[in-house]
Design a protein around this ligand. Structure first.
Ligand code: SAM
Length: 532
């Protein structure tokens, strides 16, 4: 099968791209405005013809299209900068409520969507920090979804947990997965830990074989310590070394150089027990020498624990490494150790000065996460082929044969909602109504209704036929999920019946209804305004 192709926007050093390529996808182009990011990307992806140093607020998708074959873009991925949504900013109230501080980086998702709107890939995946969910009372979280729907995508927000995917780190991120509405399948594929990774990985599995260092020592390019490695292999075997870090492909060890620390900091580090932060140490009576306000900086230092996943590797490591003190050595983690915790292989070279290395590594999507995303997208697109008549007619499900029939089934459902009889409807009757929803609202995802937020819009775009059945089928609707407020309980009921065994998986996600809808004239359906 031909490899699926993708573009990586805001590509950084290429953590996301690298994972997708490991899943078998092919990168056509990657764009970032940061010269160090593009240099590292270019060095590690020599086969990618277009690693472009461009400001995406000024770069026109048309100009990218002349470089690559327009029709060939299957997937667009990207992680617009997250500083604008970072929870760290919430400490000063800057990301919430009335104290929301305007930050232009929050609008960069629009550049991502501009490329999606132009190239119309089958799938897009946008990654961000969890802070986007709550920033400005959830405004951006809702906007991303609403604006992507208007471009013709069915959007599924998912929280991804890197640790469960084999990354030895506590790291949870927000994904927005968009699938083009003319591909008649709901994205339901779970993210699965790649086979190369293990469950319950720990910091020591990531770095336990690396040569010990004192603060301020080490080289940019150094030898592995074979004795250390032997001890490691006795404890953990070779799986991680061979399959995740691919140590066999790297003759020397790069970026394993410990940053220097002041004597005062080193003295303070030495007071911490393994797995302890300064707040906990203060509680047991330890006195630190740091001159900061002791209230504000209570958990400033953290010594990581060998047997635990590491704390979230962040770009901020480029400034200091105080929250990433080595579990057994008196220093902060090296850039290579941080890269290991992010699941980069050792041959991935960070050929830029150290502060940039930390920033690029901290910003990256861990390759194991990228690989899991790539595998899920591949699985999805295997299923999401254009329908044939054969696909439609070989089913015993209640497929509406005309718009009028779908509208009539929907009306029965609305009556049941009004009469508060939804729960009492027999499964067969409920299913008919539910398939009518799939048929008439192909841009809604059943899972979206479980997370609609509270922002409601009354701006009914169109959908005359639906309005005739009941104007509430068009507005008000939830900005975030797109679900009409009236139908939200219907979707919840569908999930309840599925959990109780009344609806099968393919009935909760009635792709057959989407397939059937594709055979009907598009203008009959209620679509977000911009799509018409
Ligand atoms: C969170 S990082 C992306 C990391 C990347 N996904 C990875 O896996 O390595 C965000 C990136 O956006 C880039 N960036 C910020 N503003 C940009 C702009 N206006 N145009 C292009 N890139 C931008 C930054 O340089 C940074 O590398």
């Amino acid at each position: 099968m031909k490899a699926l192709t993708f573009i990586d926007l805001f590509c950084g050093c290429g953590g996301f791209s690298f994972g997708l390529e490991r899943a078998g996808l092919k990168c056509l182009a990657a764009v970032d405005l940061n010269p160090e990011a593009v240099a590292v990307f270019g060095r590690n992806f020599p086969h990618v013809q277009h690693a472009l140093e461009k400001d995406l607020t000024r770069f026109n998708p048309k100009d990218l299209a002349v470089l690559i074959d327009h029709a060939a873009v299957d997937v667009i991925v990207g992680g617009p900068p997250c500083q604008g949504f970072s929870i760290v900013r919430q400490a000063d109230g800057a990301n919430s409520g009335v104290r929301m501080v305007e930050d232009p980086r929050r609008h960069l998702y629009k550049e991502f969507l501009r490329f999606v709107g132009y190239f119309k890939p089958k799938v897009f995946v946008m990654e961000n920090v969890l802070g986007i969910r709550s920033a400005a009372g959830g405004e951006y979280y809702a906007r991303v979804q609403q604006e992507a729907r208007a471009l013709g995508y069915r959007v599924l927000p998912r929280v991804e947990d890197a640790f469960t995917l084999g990354v030895p780190q506590k790291r949870r991120r927000q994904l927005f997965i968009g699938t083009r509405t003319d591909l008649p399948h709901y994205f339901t594929e779970p993210l699965v830990r790649p086979t190369r990774a293990c469950a319950n990985s720990s910091l020591w599995m990531a770095i336990g074989d690396l040569p010990p260092l004192a603060a301020g020592t080490g080289d940019d390019d150094t030898a592995y310590d074979i004795e250390c490695r032997d001890r490691y292999v006795k404890q953990f075997g070779r799986k991680y070394l061979d399959e995740v870090y691919e140590v066999g492909k790297s003759k020397t060890l790069t970026s394993h150089k410990a940053r220097p620390h002041s004597d005062r900091d080193l003295g303070d580090f030495a007071k911490l027990r393994e797995g302890e932060n300064s707040k906990e140490a203060i509680k047991r009576g330890v006195k630190f020498d740091f001159p900061y306000d002791k209230e504000t900086f209570k958990d400033r230092y953290t010594r990581q624990h060998r047997k635990e996943p590491c704390s979230t590797i962040v770009a901020h490591m480029s400034r200091d490494g105080l929250m990433f003190i080595h579990p057994t050595q008196n220093r902060s983690l090296t850039a290579r150790e941080a890269a290991r915790v992010q699941s980069f292989p050792d041959w991935f070279v960070f050929s830029v000065p150290r502060t940039h290395q930390y920033r690029l590594i901290g910003n990256a999507v861990p390759p194991l996460v990228g690989e899991a995303v790539g595998n899920a997208v591949k699985e999805h697109l295997k299923r999401a082929v254009k329908p044939t008549e054969d696909t439609i007619f070989r089913t015993s499900s209640p497929i509406p044969t005309s718009r009028n029939q779908a509208l009539a089934w929907l009306e029965e459902l609305v009556c049941a909602v009004d009469a508060k009889q939804l729960r009492k409807l027999p499964d067969e009757d409920f299913k008919r109504g539910w398939y009518a929803v799939g048929f008439l609202f192909p841009f809604l995802h059943p899972d979206g209704a479980l997370e609609s937020g509270c922002r409601v819009s009354n701006e009914a775009p169109n959908g005359m036929e639906l309005k005739k059945v009941d104007p509430r089928l068009v507005a008000p609707f939830f900005e975030q999920s797109g679900w009409p407020v009236l139908l939200q309980p219907v979707a919840r009921e569908a999930h309840r019946r599925h959990a109780a065994g009344g609806l099968k998986h393919h009935e909760l996600y009635p792709s057959e209804a989407l397939v059937a809808a594709l055979w009907m004239p598009k203008e009959a359906l209620w679509m977000p305004k911009e799509q018409r």
